[in-house]
Design a protein around this ligand. Structure first.
Ligand code: G3P
Ligand code: CA
Length: 242
């Protein structure tokens, strides 16, 4: 039986401004095993930690991330929806997150947001940073763009790359292995116990997303998923201790 680890989705997005340092620090404070975050490239090719293709939903700005320079993105407040609760929270660069990660032991799931937008060489750029910070044992990549994960794996097979998916895949362990990959990040409603078992028999790790209710968490833990990705890492950890 594998013990299920808890990964804070966009940090602790259920309670804190998503994909901000304050959110990542909250996941660390509550004792999460790791954090998940999303990256895009700015106009001047800086890896920025933000979920959407545009800044409109999560910040006080507007426009496409790809059309704004890092210095312009840095001026935006990613916690504006929370009023004064957290003060100004800038959009972090991936480098800032890695710098902070040197002071802790968290695992970091970097999701490349390159399904709809083609960011040239985002895989190589991300891998360069992982290697510069010597974090390859603690970082794994994921993307809904499976071709991109194959590319990342070809650049550096020692960095784990996972496929994200929403719809059911037939025998996902075979699919992952066919791509040369060893982990899957499925939408949690596609996951069954027999699928987790088969994956583990084929040395494929299973980390479903995004599980926020207790029943769903309990189910994934009872299936021995390798990790669950949740907006509420504190709640998940308390549940595990019960
Ligand atoms: O990594 C799991 C999850 O983050 C994928 O979906 O849209 O929340 O980035 P999304
Ligand atoms: Ca994500």
């Amino acid at each position: 039986m594998r013990k299920t680890k808890i990964i804070g989705h966009r940090g602790a997005a259920g309670t804190h401004p998503e994909n901000t340092m304050i959110s990542f620090k909250e996941a660390e404070r509550v004792g999460a095993y790791g954090i998940e975050l999303d990256v895009h490239l700015s106009k001047d090719h800086v890896l920025m930690v933000i979920h959407d293709d545009k800044v409109d939903r999560t910040t006080n700005g507007s426009g496409w991330v790809k059309d704004l320079k890092a210095s312009e993105l840095k001026e935006l407040d990613a916690s504006y929806k929370f009023g004064d609760k957290y003060g100004f929270c800038g959009i972090p660069t991936l480098e800032e997150v890695f710098e902070w990660a040197l002071s802790n032991e968290l695992v970091i799931n970097v999701e490349l947001k390159n399904s709809l937008i083609d960011y040239p060489d985002i895989e190589q750029k991300t891998i360069n940073f992982i290697n510069r910070y010597q974090l390859k044992q603690r970082v794994f990549l994921s993307s809904f763009n499976h071709e991109s994960m194959v590319k990342a794996n070809m650049i550096d097979p020692s960095i784990e790359a996972a496929i994200l998916y929403m719809e059911k895949i037939y025998e996902p362990w075979e699919y992952a292995k066919k791509l040369g990959l060893r982990s899957i990040h499925p939408y949690h409603r596609t996951v069954r116990e027999d699928i987790v078992k088969e994956c583990h028999q084929h040395n494929v790790s299973v980390r479903p997303f995004t599980i926020n209710d207790e029943a769903g968490m309990k189910k994934m833990i009872s299936y021995s998923c390798d990790a669950i990705i949740t907006d509420y890492p504190e709640k998940a950890l308390k549940l595990k201790k019960r």
